[in-house]
Design a protein around this ligand. Structure first.
Ligand code: PMP
Length: 413
């Protein structure tokens, strides 16, 4: 029985427990976009919407071999609870992965989490009280926004351009928030191959933004799932390589190996690290021993750097297919042209609304994510995120052609 002094009102919602939910769950409503995506998963629809890595480019025998050896050589350990911080050998190997992005770190400061998504959740749990302010790029990663909202924090979006977050705008947003007495808890940033914008923060701006955050006592949460998936040039080194004390860094094996393992990590200054370990233990006791050991085995026996090169080649080809198709079918529009990652950010003609247009697109058998999903404040109606990671180059060309039919149809209305 709900102990709130009154019976739940069926008039509010069909769920009889409606009035019992915690206030912070208000942000957990399924959007109408989500409902449309169920339709969009039909095979005849080209989905440029989701961000699913192309795991078929990972040879299955590499994974099967690693799993087999883990079970034969370390079965009882793999099947047991483990440390709340993660498997020590894997944490060592994670420092080698991060070294590729210029980070020098001790395995003691790495916490393994259930995907970097869970690291985001733990971090938010540690730092956010109701009414706190988080600074984030505009647009920003949709499921990070959902987490921040679920801790009843507000997000203030700082604009970007083709070189990433604009330092001057960051200064202005900090000053305006301070002027009205708001408490800024941290800056959440995806500096490299941004999701959804596809842009990368320049080296000069990395230095400047860290300096601004240092001056203002603002912690930086650097989320970097895509940094190793560059197409031509290597991106600038991670922000964490510049500042050890003021940056918490998040990494993952989801894009460089496979998301089904659900293994990511946080690298944090000592005090925060301790809190994150306690929060991890409270949430899951220990991350999966089995998948950590399989990844550790894979990293020690397979050519994982070569496998990342294979992924880079696959995604480069798909990105080129998408940009070529946009140039051919929608030459009057503008879009970002990423040098890595999974996403292109398209800007529509001024009077079109990406969310309103989606049902029509699905009817034309193409799906995308409307820009509004990536803002906490309803902005983004004029934008679309297009993902090129999962469909084949041929499907991408078909999808963009269908999208052009929809956009041109809307303009003719
Ligand atoms: N951050 C960003 C920016 C992402 O794009 C994603 C995955 N889409 C995640 C975090 C979560 O990744 P995972 O939990 O699989 O590591």
């Amino acid at each position: 029985m709900i102990d709130n002094g009154s019976l739940p009102s069926a008039g509010n919602n069909l769920d009889p427990w409606y009035s019992a939910y915690a206030k912070r769950t208000a942000g957990l409503a399924a959007s109408e976009v989500r409902a449309l995506f169920a339709v969009a998963s039909r095979p005849e629809v080209v989905s440029l919407a989701g961000g699913m890595p192309y795991v078929s480019a990972l040879p299955e025998d590499l994974v099967i071999g690693a799993m087999d050896r883990v079970m034969h050589e370390q079965g009882p350990v793999a099947l047991q609870y483990g440390s709340g911080q993660g498997v020590p050998r894997l944490r060592e190997q994670i420092t080698e992965v991060m070294a590729l992005e210029g980070i020098s770190a001790s395995a003691d400061d790495v916490i393994v989490t259930t995907g970097s998504q869970h690291a985001l959740e733990l971090f938010a749990k540690l730092f956010l009280d109701p009414g706190d302010l988080v600074l984030a790029e505009g647009p920003s990663y949709v499921t990070a926004l959902v987490i921040f909202k679920s801790y009843q924090a507000e997000v203030d979006h700082v604009p970007m351009d083709e070189h990433g977050l604009i330092p001057e705008a960051l200064r202005e947003h900090i000053a305006s928030a301070r002027a009205v007495g708001r408490r800024i808890k941290f800056l959440y940033t995806i500096p490299t191959f941004h999701n959804p914008a596809g842009v990368t923060l320049s080296w000069e701006r990395r230095l400047e933004i860290l300096e601004i955050c240092r001056e203002n006592g603002i912690l930086v949460l650097e989320d970097n799932p895509y940094g190793l998936l560059y197409f031509d040039r290597k991106p600038p080194a991670a922000m964490r390589s510049i500042d050890e004390e003021g940056v918490v860094y998040l990494g993952t094996f989801s894009k460089t190996l496979a998301p089904g393992f659900r293994v990511g990590w946080a690298l944090a200054p000592h005090a925060i690290r301790e809190k994150l370990i306690l929060a991890n233990e409270a949430a899951v006791l220990s991350p999966s021993s089995f998948t950590q050991l399989v990844i550790s085995q894979y990293l020690s026996e397979a050519d994982w750097r070569g496998q990342i090169d294979t992924f880079r080649g696959v995604y480069r080809e798909r990105k080129e297919a998408m940009i070529d198709a946009l140039e051919e079918h929608l030459p009057e529009l503008s879009w970002t042209n990423p040098n890595g990652g999974f996403y292109v950010w398209l800007t529509l003609p001024q009077n079109l609304d990406s969310k309103a247009m989606l049902p029509r697109a699905v009817t034309e058998l193409v799906a995308y994510t409307p820009g509004t999903a990536f803002y906490a404040n309803g902005d983004g109606a004029q934008n679309i995120r297009l993902s090129f990671c999962y469909p084949t180059p041929e499907s991408i060309r078909v999808g963009v052609r269908r999208l052009a039919t929809v956009i041109n149809g809307e303009l003719d209305l």
